[in-house]
Write a protein that binds this ligand. Structure first.
Ligand code: BDP
Length: 727
């Protein structure tokens, strides 16, 4: 090769530099920060819409109501991005072909379909390719405007993920009625268990300033079909029910309304005392009853479609009906009666445990609630966490599912990763949600899945609900990391239809968020799908639980002992001693197994049959217990800790292969977070191994590296400013 000297060399060097810049721009096509979520409408697989012959650039859509305008706006945004030019909107029914949106009332093109659309309910929709006057036409039809908006989002998703539109026929009806995000946001902007900055709600400037982000929040939720938002923390301040704060909530409700989202509020049970100046909050006191009725009237005057209240009562220090020797049913019914005339609901949480530490905290919600079946008003849902303890990396399904057939049970998932590494660990929660929903309660024989309890089909409830504790804050990524957006996304999709597959949902999310290129989608989906199991492995393998550090829950703390309550310690849960480890919840122990239907109880009770993934949840097991792998329990535990760390290595390697195929800023951000996760997974593994080894005195299996520090080092680590701590 000729040396590049002289003037021609200069020129070549300039050309080369230009090419490199061009390549760099090409590779990092758009500098992205994740703020657009899965609604980027950017990187379509070359969509040759001309080929389909639909002419998507021509849109006939009504624009009279706010929801109709929201549908148009979304289409404008989406099609401009995906097709390269904004569509042309036609007001009236002149002409045919292209895209036709509407309801029987809003569109003469859709009016003849009235009978057919009746079967779609209030929120369902239909996408259909058909011919009108000989021209190919794509219909987005529904009974109500909101269904049309959902249909538009669905269509845009199909386009973003590269689905063939030719011959399209889609009917979608949400399987669950209330699909709600619970924000644990305090009025001062702090988010309990929040790892994505401060609250999105700027209570100080509300109701006058309506930040455009509120609209984007509503768009993102509507794209998934989420139709409710509890604005404030379950550890609620009475102040959120004051007139001034109700006006602020009303402003948010106004912004959300066109997107089909109702607002709800966390209600503090003692509000009649704190706000109303009453001497009591006793649910049987007529003055208290009047106060709640008046409060409901006041709320509905400001927010005519207010959804209702979410209540945490007599749990972790919150006031409740038991303060007056009344039951949870009496408490819930008090609020339900106040809301009933307005069509509101009460979501009464079953996350309760007695102030005096019980033999087994896992039993308590069931013990308190199962007997209340049938005692609750029709507009009460009991909101139950997916497992009996508290959003652990893995729990068996909550025994209340299937045990209260006369009561709608609302699923409560945690989207924010309080117990799963906060925002820096890449842990896709789709598989956790899927596992819980597919669990078989056997309440009415085999196939009585948790999903069927939750969607109301098992017991014939019209009222049904799923809630997710939100992971949203004012961080540019909304969720604190790029991959945590996938958990918001998966929650919403599963709330719409709890039978969908976590893998399919992940594939859609990746295609929309990063690229529809199969060479990008496949490796990322694979990496996501194993990520939850990896976190279980490096944190709490084989059914271990509640072993994180005290208070903030950041990092390992299997040694946590003492303090105000035994059931806030780790030793209460793992019960490790020289002979073995695990919580005996079998019929020989706390007998929590008997809260499940007999078929399930038998399996969990039998150390030979219980799934190994739940072994130490239900049994106290000798360290040398032979596992299915052939290893003794202790060796298996260490093997799994290490396997979890190795999985993070593999995610890092996969991510590295995607350099250049993902825009630079997001690639770098994820890579940096994976490095944090790698270090913290190792920390979890080492600290856990050091601790349990100090108890059992056993050697490490061959080939396993000893922790680099003595146990005292791990025990001494302090993180006074770890984010999200309850307060
Ligand atoms: C626990 C959280 C705590 C919540 C509580 C709840 O640590 O901050 O207040 O759940 O759900 O997981 O009420």
């Amino acid at each position: 090769m000729l040396p590049l000297t002289s003037r021609s060399g200069e020129r070549w060097r300039a050309v080369l530099a230009g090419v490199l810049v061009w390549l760099a721009i090409g590779a990092h096509a758009r500098a992205e920060d994740g703020h657009a979520l899965w609604l980027r409408y950017a990187e379509a697989r070359p969509l040759d819409m001309e080929d389909t012959g639909i002419g998507l650039g021509e849109v006939t859509a009504p624009g009279a109501t706010p929801t109709q305008r929201a549908a148009r706006d979304e289409l404008r945004r989406g099609l401009a991005g995906l097709l390269g030019s904004a569509p042309r909107f036609r007001e009236g029914p002149g002409g045919a072909g292209g895209l036709v949106l509407g309801t029987p009332d809003s569109s003469p093109w859709i009016a003849p379909m009235r009978r057919e659309l009746d079967g779609l309910g209030e929120e369902g929709f239909l996408l259909r390719e058909t011919r009108v006057d000989g021209r190919k036409t794509l219909l987005v039809a529904a009974r109500r405007d909101i269904g049309v908006l959902y249909g538009v989002f669905h269509l845009l998703r199909l386009m973003q993920t590269g689905v063939e539109l030719d011959g399209l026929e889609v009917r979608e009806v949400p399987q669950v009625k209330l699909r709600v995000l619970d924000h644990w946001d305090n009025l001062d902007g702090y988010v309990e268990r929040g790892y994505a900055g401060r609250s999105l709600w700027d209570w100080h400037t509300l109701p006058d300033w309506r930040d455009p982000r509120y609209t984007d929040y509503a768009r993102a939720n509507a794209s998934l079909g989420i139709n409710g938002s509890v604005l404030n923390n379950v550890n609620a301040e009475a102040l959120s029910l004051s007139h001034a704060y109700l006006r602020k909530a009303a402003a948010l409700a106004d912004v959300f309304r066109p997107y089909g989202i109702r607002v709800y509020l966390g209600a503090r049970f003692s509000a009649p005392i704190e706000l109303g100046g009453l001497a009591t909050a006793d649910p049987l006191d007529p003055g208290v009853q009047r106060w709640w009725r008046d409060k409901a009237d006041e709320i509905y005057a400001l927010i005519p479609d207010f959804g209702g209240f979410l209540v945490k009562a007599n749990s972790e220090g919150q006031p409740g009906p038991q303060d007056y020797a009344r039951t949870h049913a009496e408490g819930a019914n008090l609020l339900a009666d106040a809301l009933a005339a307005h069509g509101g609901v009460v979501m009464w949480r079953a996350f309760v445990y007695a102030p005096d530490v019980a033999e087994d905290r896992a039993r308590q919600a069931y013990d308190e609630f199962a007997g209340l079946d049938g005692a609750l008003r029709d507009n009460v849902l009991v909101q139950v966490k997916n497992g009996p303890i508290d959003f652990q990396p893995r729990e068996p399904f909550h025994p209340l599912f299937g045990a209260m057939p006369r009561t709608p049970l609302m699923m409560e998932f945690q989207v924010t990763k309080e117990y799963l590494g906060f925002a820096t660990h890449l842990v896709y929660l789709g598989p956790l949600y899927e596992e819980a929903l597919r669990s078989d309660t056997h309440a009415q024989g085999a196939g009585s899945t948790v999903a069927k309890v939750v969607d109301g089909s098992l017991d014939g409830h019209a009222l049904s609900g799923i809630a997710g504790v939100a992971n949203i804050g004012d961080d540019r990524t909304w969720s604190g990391s790029h991959f945590d957006q996938a958990n918001w996304y998966a929650f919403g999709r599963l709330a719409w239809n709890p039978r969908q597959s976590a893998r399919d949902i992940a594939a859609d999310w990746v295609a929309m968020t990063f690229s529809p290129d199969p060479g990008v989608v496949a490796p990322i989906v694979d990496m996501m799908m194993g990520s939850r199991e990896a976190a279980v492995d490096y944190m709490t393998p084989l059914g271990l639980h509640h072993l994180m550090a005290r208070g903030h829950h950041y990092g390992p703390g299997p040694w946590v002992d003492g303090g105000p309550r035994a059931d806030w310690t780790s030793v209460y849960y793992h019960r490790a001693d020289a002979r073995g480890i695990g919580f005996d919840r079998s019929t020989r122990g706390s007998d929590a197994v008997s809260q499940y239907a007999p078929e399930v109880a038998r399996t969990f009770d039998d150390i030979e049959q219980v799934p190994e993934a739940l072994l130490l949840w239900f049994h106290h097991v000798p360290w040398d217990h032979p596992m299915r792998s052939g290893r003794p329990l202790w060796d298996e535990m260490v093997h799994r800790y290490t396997r979890g760390v190795r999985y993070v290595d593999a995610m890092q390697a996969t991510w590295e292969t995607l350099r250049g195929r993902i825009d630079g800023p997001r690639h770098a951000h994820v890579a940096a977070f994976l490095a944090i996760q790698r270090a913290e997974a190792q920390w979890w593994r080492d600290a856990s191994v050091a601790y349990f080894q100090s108890i059992n005195g056993l050697p490490l299996p061959a080939g396993e590296l000893p922790p680099p520090h003595p146990l005292a080092y791990y025990e001494a680590l302090q993180f006074p400013h770890a984010p999200g701590d309850g307060r």
